[in-house]
Design a protein around this ligand. Structure first.
Ligand code: FRU
Length: 495
């Protein structure tokens, strides 16, 4: 039985999407069908396809009572929208279906676990006396029925002193023995973040296992959207902390992302982190989720946006929110590496290669331009010459606009700057990251889509992601150096 709220959302999105032209969307990144998108949800492989749900408010380009949108893909690049999967239409989720995840049940149905939000009402537009608890819905890949036993985890299932208001974003997986586990974020008494571990024999009956990890006020406050998995012999906890303070060039203010790498003790069911790093060093990245692909790859996708830069919203657009390119992740030298999924290579055409080109000042290369681009640039000092002072790459460029990536080997700082990208809002437009290089030698792979850039440094050791809403006519690319830089460039159009 489909509720009137869900039916209305499905009806609305079908009509409203017709007012958005294909050319006003990213070419190969998933954007919201209409209205508002935030976190990826339920990223999974089910019935022979990749499924991606997300936080969704169809009716306006701003956050509202949360629904779950739904899309499927064979290659993680071409997405087909499916009807809205969840609407806030039952008692335990009447004020929102917040973030969650998906798993396949033994009988072939798909189980969604998400946070149901209930509040006592609104004051000055804000929800008051909020309760967050974990709910289930079961479906066939299109229609989902809310579980009659909802909520399956509530404020009684959290340790003493933990908030019943900030208890959300369950991430589920199945163990080898067929049982299920999930991690859920909660705000403990110290006001910071904590990740709880629960287990279930069947996906429906849940019990508290342990406090898996504690922030203890090290990285921001509340930790949102946890994901926990084994990767290359280590355990990885991904989470998105709110209210971060900056720490060198590793963590920036506001909503950030955190990757903890360490070990999991099956006896105590505790995670011990050994290494920490930001997941992305750009401007627009938050709330990533991963899935395990049938071929064993661990693939991560994130919301290509950040709560602190929402004013980048385009005035007349009927959609707001994109996902990043899906990224294969692995661990090397105790760091998380990310690389665009290999499927993107099927979009490549018009290969252009330049080797050992010297840039000394300003340079444009014939054929090197475009807004749907996969380009690798490797730079190094020229043999026998002093190390250069600065290397910069301008893209989405014309007389009026550009976005700049610049690197100074003397302090190892890479900066992205989209201040001249056409934005008329005073949000964060620049970010700096400390990057590794060998005496001025490093490589960068730049993926451009119509409204974004993702820069993978040194085989994926660091990634810089940012949205840019520059007029598509600005499709120039140029190189600018202070001192001589030797470059290899390999560029493809992505069609
Ligand atoms: C993270 C988040 C989640 C929550 C969702 C609500 O971006 O705040 O913690 O479930 O967004 O839309």
């Amino acid at each position: 039985m489909i509720s009137e709220t869900l039916r209305e959302a499905r009806r609305y999105e079908e009509v409203a999407e017709q007012y958005i032209s294909e050319s006003d969307r990213p070419a190969f990144h998933l954007s919201t069908r209409v209205g508002w998108m935030n976190d990826p949800n339920g990223f999974s492989y089910y019935k022979g396809q990749y499924h991606l749900f997300h936080q969704y408010y169809p009716y306006e380009v701003k956050w509202g009572p949360m629904h779950w949108a739904h899309a499927v893909s064979d290659d993680l690049l071409h997405w087909t929208y499916l009807p809205c999967a969840l609407a806030p239409d039952s008692l335990p989720d009447r004020d929102g279906c917040f973030s969650g995840s998906a798993v396949e049940l033994p009988d072939g149905r798909q189980l969604l676990i998400y946070t149901g939000v209930v509040s006592a009402g609104r004051r000055m537009g804000e929800l008051e006396n909020v309760v967050q608890h974990q709910c289930l819905a079961v479906g066939d890949g299109i229609d989902y029925e809310k579980y009659v036993g909802n909520p399956v985890l509530n404020g009684d299932d959290v340790p003493e002193g933990c908030s019943k208001e900030d208890f959300r974003d369950p991430h589920i997986w199945q163990e080898k023995d067929g049982t299920y586990r999930c991690v859920v974020a909660v705000r403990p008494a110290d006001g910071s973040g904590m990740i709880l571990l629960y287990s279930s024999p069947d996906g429906f009956n849940w019990k508290f296992e342990s406090i898996l990890a504690e922030n203890k006020n090290r990285f921001g406050k509340m930790w949102e959207c946890p994901d926990f998995f084994e990767l290359d012999g280590k355990y990885v906890l991904l989470t998105s902390p709110q209210d971060m303070l900056p720490e060198g060039f590793e963590y920036h203010n506001g909503n950030g992302t955190l990757c903890l790498i360490g070990n999991f003790d099956e006896e105590t069911k505790k995670f011990h982190d050994e290494y920490n790093q930001a997941i992305d060093y750009g401007i627009d990245f938050y709330a990533p989720q991963t899935l395990l692909a049938p071929d064993g790859r661990r693939i991560m996708i994130g919301w290509m946006q950040n709560w602190d830069t929402l004013a980048m919203i385009r005035m007349k657009a009927l959609w707001f929110g994109q996902m990043t390119i899906p990224r294969k992740i692995h661990i090397k030298n105790n760091r998380l590496y990310q690389w665009p999924i290999r499927e993107i290579e099927t979009l490549r055409s018009n290969k252009i290669v330049y080797q050992n080109v010297i840039c000394d000042g300003e340079l444009r290369l014939e054929g090197v331009s475009g807004r749907q681009v996969d380009m690798t640039v490797s730079i190094r000092p020229v043999d026998g010459e002093d190390i250069y002072n600065k290397f910069a790459l301008w893209f989405a460029e014309n007389d009026e606009f550009h976005t700049a990536l610049s690197f100074h080997p003397s302090d190892s700082i890479m900066k992205i700057d989209r201040k001249f990208s056409g934005t008329r809002r005073a949000v964060i437009h620049q970010r700096r990251a400390k990057v590794s290089h060998r005496n001025g030698a490093l490589s960068m792979r730049i993926i451009l889509d119509r409204f974004s850039t993702e820069i993978f440094l040194n085989d994926g050791e660091q990634v810089i992601t940012a949205t840019i809403y520059t007029d598509q006519a600005a499709d120039g690319i140029k190189f600018i150096t202070d001192g001589k830089v030797m470059m290899d460039v390999e560029k493809y159009d992505l069609i």
